[in-house]
Ligand binder design. Structure first.
Ligand code: EPU
Length: 372
């Protein structure tokens, strides 16, 4: 089989393949429906000395206005298969190119517990272990049994068990220690036939209190999460955005003390007492989780702030939106840099972007995302 069988397109706009709806063209672009396509795509890149970018769903990235000067591979591996079942559990093998929320809806309909709190997250299945996707008190780590990949270096397939995936906050070996080494082909999920609803997250707890529900069903859980997300987060189908643009923070005691000193100096009593409430609620042995959204919103007053065609979302301050529909990557980075500097000035804390930044030079990133 030669690479001739691949349909490699040239100069393909990436804009509409991203949730931000921003970005220039890919010099080469190819859809890969199976392992053979992926192998051939890498061979083509090798032979032509091209850089490679593997595009997932485009829901968590910002592409440069200059695009990507290499080969973009879009894996579209489909399929859902029940590979094991016993009295308590079901194992499903799902293609990385399947739509994530369709899979969540499917499993909820089948009465399988585990994915429900991750409802309505835009993206494809492959991105779930890649970033250890997390929301509303759960994360991919809790349901991924193993990940089947193509190893670009050894040019063969491999399976990683859950504990080998090195899952962390929005992290795995696939996007951190061995970034770009593996293409995710299939993910095996382990789901339960009976479950306990996870209502520990504040928004979820409040939702059920308001609805007078004490023991929600699996379907109630999905409904709640979908409702919460729809009400808080902008729909990428309507307005371009990549979800949270900044990561949350885990602080140690000393950093927390500095944060309090700065917040006392730069804000008012009300903000300080809200911060105390958050600290008490979110304390964990690994550190104190401080929501970056709180710093951007309550400490810096930036919710709804607009710069050029880009805006900080009105109900979730971590989300930058392509308000004009015509915003550029440069505008996004300019606003992101502004937010990073404001937060640093008022809190002494450095915050960092969450989406993957594609096609930018280090100089460009340094120019916009500087604290100075
Ligand atoms: N808050 C504000 N202002 C805001 C929004 C939030 O002060 O505009 C404060 C409130 O105190 C609130 C707290 O921040 O209680 C937490 O906010 P929220 O529940 O909205 O969650 P988050 O920590 O800002 C994270 C994830 C989201 C995920 C939610 C729910 C990150 C970077 N973001 O946001 O993930 O949906 O929790 O679990 O970890 C994404 O990654 O794209 C994403 C949307």
């Amino acid at each position: 089989m030669s690479e001739i069988s691949l349909k490699i397109e040239e100069n393909v706009s990436l804009k509409n393949l991203t949730a931000f709806r921003i970005g220039g063209p890919a010099r080469y672009f190819v859809k890969a429906e199976n392992l053979e396509d992926i192998e051939n795509a890498f061979k083509f890149a090798d032979e032509n000395s091209l850089k490679i970018f593997v595009l997932g769903s485009g829901s968590n990235l910002l592409v440069s206005d200059d695009g990507f000067d290499g080969l973009v591979i879009s894996p579209e591996i489909k399929g859902i298969e029940k590979i094991e079942e016993n009295n308590d559990e079901v194992k499903l093998k799902i293609g990385s190119g399947e739509n994530w929320d369709e899979m969540v809806a499917y499993t909820v309909n089948e009465g399988l517990w585990g994915m429900e709190n991750l409802s309505y997250i835009p993206g494809k299945v492959g991105g779930v272990p890649m970033q250890n996707v997390g929301a509303y008190g759960t994360e991919a780590k809790n349901i991924v049994e193993s990940v089947f990949v193509y190893d670009v270096v050894e040019k063969k397939t491999k399976t990683f068990q859950n504990e080998e995936c090195e899952f962390g906050y929005r992290e795995s070996r696939f996007n951190k220690r061995e970034k770009k080494r593996y293409v995710i082909l299939y993910v095996i999920f382990k789901l339960k036939k009976t479950g306990i609803p996870n209502m520990k997250y504040l928004d979820v707890e409040n939702y059920f209190k308001e609805h007078g529900v004490t023991n929600p069903s699996l379907k109630d859980m999905r409904e709640a999460i979908v409702w919460i997300r729809k009400n808080k987060l902008p729909d990428p189908a309507k307005v371009g955005n990549a979800g949270s643009f900044f990561k949350n923070l885990i602080l140690n005691e000393q950093e927390l003390e500095e944060l309090f000193e700065n917040v006392k100096k730069n804000t008012n009593e009300k903000v300080v007492s809200e911060l105390i409430e958050i600290r008490n609620k979110l304390f964990s042995p690994s550190g104190i989780k401080i929501p970056t959204a709180f710093l951007v919103d309550k400490v810096c007053g930036l919710k709804g702030f607009q710069m050029g065609g880009v805006k900080i979302h009105n109900t979730q301050a971590l989300v930058l939106v392509n308000e004009s529909g015509k915003a550029t990557a440069e505008e996004i980075l300019s606003l992101a840099g502004h937010v990073m500097r404001e937060v640093y000035k008022k809190t002494g804390i450095k915050i960092y972007p969450e989406p993957e930044l594609v096609g930018f030079t280090d100089e460009e990133l340094g120019k916009y995302l500087t604290m100075g």
